[in-house]
Design a protein around this ligand. Structure first.
Ligand SMILES: CC(=O)N[C@H]1[C@@H](O[C@@H]2[C@H](O)[C@H](O)[C@@H](O)[C@H](O)[C@H]2O)O[C@H](CO)[C@@H](O)[C@@H]1O
Ligand SMILES: [Zn+2]
Length: 308
């Protein structure tokens, strides 16, 4: 039994070098919104062990359910516990049993948006020493021995401090886990074969940008040209396109519905989901940051999965 979740298979059923995939995310809901269809896809594959590590409880988040407003950080400061319950429901919808919080539940606090006073909180993730925080992830890597790691790029996708820190800690842990001379008491060294960063192709960004143009809750309302949106990736730099099955897509949507405090019923994410076809919503993209690209196909030679 891992610290918080329970491993779906014992190491005997899940030999160390089998196709394990480790997702490292910053807040409860990122694993679903950013990679939920991919997580559900592999969680349904008996030959792949899925491990999710989330770095904070999301204590500084907004509360988009009026009746729960009192949970906010500036009031009862109980949002972290509430988001933990949302997270556990979402894990169930995605079919993930091996879920974990970095360093244990509550170890690292949500840092708030870049530049906010909360970035200085002594227990926030943005203040974490990288090697110190990475040690807990090395322990998980050396125990689960995944073939693939998925996290964010160096900008943390969109520049949130916890996302940037999740990238730094995940990449550092991948390096340290492979070094047999580094903290051998944390387990036998293990080298992760492939590292992917979640990515959004510019072509998909443009499609979403146009569809959101008339939405009342449009986070990109001030942007004139989708090419000015910094976190989209040129299609040619994308390595993998994971087209999830309808079942995995349905699991992603069900998991998104678990996060009522973060994704309100009128949220732009639902507007986008409603206006795009199912396949666009449940197709997720990745850039290969380390390792050998598997066989690709189509116009861009994209891989269709991560485990090749
Ligand atoms: C998707 C994600 O990473 N969400 C973070 C983010 O949430 C944003 C924040 O509440 C901001 O104030 C809002 O304007 C914006 O709409 C939200 O996406 O930052 C939160 C605080 O660190 C974090 O809890 C949330 O998970
Ligand atoms: Zn986040």
């Amino acid at each position: 039994m891992s610290e918080q979740g329970s491993r779906s298979t014992s190491s005997a059923e899940n030999p160390p070098e089998s196709g394990g995939v480790l997702f490292v995310h910053a807040h409860p809901d990122d694993e679903t919104v950013a990679t939920g269809a991919t997580v559900a896809h592999y969680a349904s594959d008996p030959s792949v062990h899925v491990t999710v590590v989330t770095c904070t409880l999301g204590e500084e988040g907004e509360v988009r359910v009026p009746a729960l407003a009192g949970l906010a950080a500036q009031q009862a400061d109980q949002l972290g516990g509430w988001r933990l319950s949302e997270y556990r429901d979402a894990m169930r919808e995605l079919g993930v049993t091996d879920w974990n919080f970095l360093g244990g539940i509550g170890r690292w606090r949500d840092s708030g948006m870049m530049g906010e006073r909360t970035n200085d909180h002594p227990h926030c993730f943005w203040q974490a020493d990288i090697d110190y925080a990475a040690a807990d992830l090395v322990r998980i890597v050396r125990d689960r021995r995944p073939r693939v790691l998925v996290t964010y790029d160096a900008n943390g996708d969109y520049g949130h401090p916890d996302h940037i820190q999740a990238h730094r800690v995940a990449m550092r842990a991948a390096d340290l886990a492979a070094d047999p001379d580094w903290r051998p008491e944390l387990g036998e060294a293990h080298e992760i074969a492939k590292v992917y960063w979640k990515a959004l192709p510019k072509s998909v960004m443009r499609l979403g940008f146009d569809r959101l143009h008339n939405s009342t809750d449009n986070p990109f309302a001030a942007v004139d040209d989708p090419d000015d949106i910094p976190f989209a990736t040129p299609d040619a730099e994308i390595s993998a396109q994971v087209r999830a099955s309808k079942e995995s897509g349905d699991r992603k949507i069900a998991a998104m519905h678990c996060y009522k405090t973060q994704i309100a019923d009128n949220d732009w994410l639902w507007v986008l989901t409603a206006t795009l076809d199912d396949e666009t919503c449940t197709t997720e993209y990745y850039r290969l940051a380390k390792g050998k690209k598997g066989e690709g196909s189509g116009e861009h030679g994209w891989e269709s999965g991560l485990m090749g």
